[in-house]
Design a protein around this ligand. Structure first.
Ligand code: HEM
Ligand SMILES: *[C@@H]1O[C@H](CO)[C@@H](O)[C@H](O)[C@H]1NC(C)=O
Ligand SMILES: *[C@@H]1O[C@H](CO)[C@@H](O)[C@H](O)[C@H]1NC(C)=O
Ligand SMILES: CC(=O)N[C@H]1CO[C@H](CO)[C@@H](O)[C@@H]1O
Length: 340
């Protein structure tokens, strides 16, 4: 059952969108959901060992095929698990279509959420082998691991046993996703509220070692940071000059690589960039504003054989526990874009 909204509510949402950058969206973020603490009870590695023993092999094979021809899909597929988990918990609501364009999918922050068709492709193959057994939420979690491994990133054991939710609401995506202009206080509390630590915040931000961003996510830093036609003083001026070549004033559509030169490879370069004041978003730069996150960033610019890969797997498992539905809760969707 999708939740439909009246046109009044819609108008309200749109107003919120345009106001989003100037007003305090993060207050809303905290009001939205108090219940989605991480616990992960009922999840375990190998949950489908008896009921669908080949599921992980099917997912991996499909993803290896996809990434070998379209490596840039790794980034949105990793990001999809993050978005799923931060809105309503990891229960596949990010995948739901709404006939009236009112689902999470239709929210502005999903601007770059791509790869839904890959999830459908995996699901179709899994359903063929074990109909009605494997949830879409688990497929999203497995895909996030497999795309990361496929682009030379870390590998981790994924806990499974999630079930799928039946509700997806646009406004929840707007209010629960952290905005790119979030400061360190907002970031830390947003993670804490979901049972994630300050370390998880800095480690998972390392996901920005791959992928692209639209200019709209950081344009204010280049042209009108405080409304006086100024730039963000925390962003390297040379980098600003370079970004301005692609991102013109008010440009919403152009895209840049978040980790220029290696945006298709999962590596530690993100931390080098942040340390050189070349983190693309204010939320990236903010990692220098807390002693714990700053220490982690700096550590990963100087030492060899760092712990980032191992840490990333650990934090992804923790993220994958946020607000999960297990046991008899929710359902196993037959098709990921629709409730049964
Ligand atoms: C800490 C708070 C976070 C904020 C504020 C944030 C914000 C953003 C924004 C604004 C974009 C660009 C969207 C666009 O303009 O196209 C983006 C892209 C991306 N994010 Fe994050 N993000 C956060 C955390 C994460 C986490 C935890 C992960 C995964 C572990 C992640 C993975 C990605 C990836 C892979 C992309 C590139 C997507 C693509 O290439 O299509 N982000 N993020
Ligand atoms: C961080 O952002 C929040 C929400 O916009 C704001 O209320 C708070 O004052 C900011 N904190 C700092 C230290 O700038
Ligand atoms: C910069 O921001 C201010 C305040 O929001 C606005 O009045 C002004 O028109 C903006 N300037 C440009 C060039 O967008
Ligand atoms: C507002 C917006 O861009 N929504 C998009 C969210 O993602 C879906 C699937 O890629 C697009 O169809 C929507 O247009």
């Amino acid at each position: 059952m999708h939740v439909s909204k009246t046109s009044d509510e819609l108008a309200h949402d749109r107003g919120m969108l345009s106001a989003e950058r100037s007003t305090d969206l993060s207050t809303l973020i905290f009001l939205a959901f108090a219940s989605d603490l991480a616990n992960g009870q009922g999840l375990k590695v190998g949950f489908y060992e008896q009921t669908c023993p080949n599921v992980e092999a099917i997912v991996k094979k499909t993803i290896d095929q996809v990434i070998s021809v379209a490596p840039t899909l790794a980034a949105p597929l990793l990001r999809m698990h993050f978005h799923d988990c931060f809105v309503r918990g990891c229960e596949g609501s990010v995948l739901l279509n709404s006939p009236t364009k009112q689902a999470e999918k239709d929210a502005i922050p999903n601007l770059s959420l791509r790869g839904f068709q890959i999830i459908d492709k995996v699901k179709t193959r899994v359903e063929k082998e074990c109909p009605g057994v494997v949830s879409c939420a688990d497929i999203v979690a497995l895909v996030a691991r497999d795309v990361t491994a496929a682009i030379k990133g870390p590998y981790w054991e994924v806990e499974t046993g999630r079930r799928d939710g039946t509700v997806s609401i646009l406004i929840e995506a707007l209010t629960n996703l952290l905005p790119p202009f979030a400061n360190i206080t907002t970031l830390k509390s947003g993670f804490k509220r979901r049972g994630l630590s300050v370390k998880d915040l800095v480690v998972l931000s390392g996901g920005h070692t791959i992928g692209i961003s639209h200019c709209s996510s950081f344009n204010n830093r280049l042209y009108n940071f405080t409304g006086k036609g100024d730039t963000d003083p925390t962003l390297d001026p040379n980098y600003i000059a370079r970004l301005k070549m692609t991102c013109k004033p008010g440009d919403q559509n152009s895209i840049v690589e978040m980790d220029p030169g290696s945006f298709k490879t999962f590596d530690e370069d993100y931390f080098k960039l942040v340390s050189k004041r070349r983190g693309l978003f204010q939320s990236d730069a903010a990692l220098l504003d807390d002693s714990e996150t700053k220490t982690y960033v700096k550590l990963h610019t100087t030492t060899h054989g760092t712990t980032f890969f191992k840490d990333f797997g650990v934090s992804m498992v923790k993220m994958g526990r946020i607000g999960v539905l297990t046991g008899m809760a929710g359902e196993i969707r037959k098709v990921c874009t629709k409730v049964n």
